[in-house]
Design a protein around this ligand. Structure first.
Ligand code: MF3
Ligand code: CO
Ligand code: CO
Length: 259
């Protein structure tokens, strides 16, 4: 069952989602070569707690940290560690989910550390454009499959591949709700979008092949060919006329200029 959120629920979702976005803005100003992903975790954890929320990943199905930090060939669910130091040329995805007043807000970005190879910069830019293209097709009456179709087309047009094993999801009182939001597939298929639905779009796009491997820690997902992977995520709301991105800080809305 796909839940339809009430006006009151949507207002709280917006607050939780905005806090998640503010956390990503905050960490952006702190990222530096030489810091560890554990440092990133601590900064995000403390920021979320200081704003009266809880970091949803912490203890979620046993996840040991408060955010996911996915470096380079890590596709998703990277575990922050004192052993992983940020170095020049890395790409780092930070995935923040906040739990505020009983509602979750989920968003992630891929950050450049120092000077990144232009080929990898382009992967990150196209991944962002894939997410935004997916968001652009969302409106009442559209089908969930429309999202995956446009994302897959854009990725393939650029010579990239789409990870199929992990997907976006409904979100609200639960971290992961129905429906599943595939980042590939056929337009005109799947559930119909209706006003009041809230879900994430979070494509993982690979420079090489689409296949992935789970590390022995049972969380970290890496590309089989060890080539880089990028991801962006927003939580969105279906409105009467289209969609609203909930995971934007109104004071400083994320709008990257990739050049
Ligand atoms: N935030 C991730 C998502 O976008 C889920 C992380 S689950 C965790 O759905 F347990 F790894 F935190
Ligand atoms: Co998500
Ligand atoms: Co997420």
């Amino acid at each position: 069952m796909i839940s339809i959120k009430s006006t009151r629920e949507i207002e709280i979702m917006r607050q939780s989602c905005q806090l998640a976005a503010r956390t990503l803005n905050y960490i952006d100003s702190k990222l530096e070569i030489g810091m560890t992903t554990e440092d990133v975790n601590t900064l995000c954890h403390d920021f979320i707690i200081a704003h009266d929320a809880y970091p949803s990943p912490l203890n979620y199905h046993g996840f040991p940290k408060s955010v996911c930090t996915s470096l380079n060939e890590v596709i998703c669910h990277g575990i922050p560690s004192t052993k992983d130091k940020l170095k020049d040329g890395d790409i780092l995805n930070i995935d923040v989910t906040t739990y505020l007043k009983n509602f979750h807000g989920d968003t992630n970005r891929t950050y450049f550390i120092g000077n990144v190879d232009p080929k990898i910069q382009k992967l990150v830019k196209v991944t962002y454009e894939c997410m935004m293209a997916g968001i652009a097709v969302c409106k009442p009456g559209a089908k969930m499959g429309d999202i995956g179709a446009i994302i897959e087309q854009m990725a393939h047009d650029n010579g990239y591949t789409v990870v199929q094993e992990y997907c976006g999801h409904g979100i609200g009182r639960e971290f992961h709700e129905e429906p599943q939001v595939l980042h590939y597939g056929k337009s005109g298929t799947g559930a119909e979008m209706k006003p009041g639905m809230t879900f994430t779009i979070e494509p993982m796009i690979n420079l090489g092949k689409r296949h992935c491997r789970l590390l022995k820690d049972d969380w970290t997902v890496v590309t089989k060919d060890k080539k880089p992977s990028a991801q962006f995520e927003h939580t969105i709301l279906i409105t009467e006329s289209g969609s609203e991105i909930l995971t934007l800080d109104p004071e400083n809305p994320y709008d990257p200029k990739f050049d």
